[in-house]
Design a protein around this ligand. Structure first.
Ligand SMILES: [Zn+2]
Length: 108
């Protein structure tokens, strides 16, 4: 299945998933600061919880251990499973990075 390539909104060059950082990262071609849409991050982070829960449940964990191990495994499951999978299946539309409190009225 061919997935949509993530592209820089400023110069249109392809952006690799490995280059994406939070809260911002630099385009290797035009050196503009880019970011993920906040809504995308929120959805990815929220979807990590049920995935971690199902993985821990599938591993046979039950009761309080299910919740303890699930909570401890959230960063791992997010970083190794949910984020790479969502980049591949539902690549985000990258946007220019606007720092907190900025109105985006700076340089173009
Ligand atoms: Zn660029």
């Amino acid at each position: 299945m061919a997935s949509k390539q993530m592209r820089c909104p400023e110069c249109g060059s392809a952006v690799a998933a490995n280059d994406i950082r939070s809260p911002s990262f630099t385009c290797k071609q035009c050196h503009r600061e880019l970011s993920m849409p906040r809504r995308y991050w929120l959805i990815v982070r929220l979807s990590t919880v049920p995935v971690a829960f199902l993985l821990c449940f599938a591993l046979g964990l039950r009761g309080i251990m299910l919740f303890v191990v699930c909570a401890a495994a959230l960063p791992l499951v997010g970083g190794l499973v949910v984020i790479p999978l969502s980049y591949r299946l539902f690549p985000p539309t990258l946007e220019r990075y606007l720092p907190e409190g900025s109105l985006g009225l700076g340089s173009k």
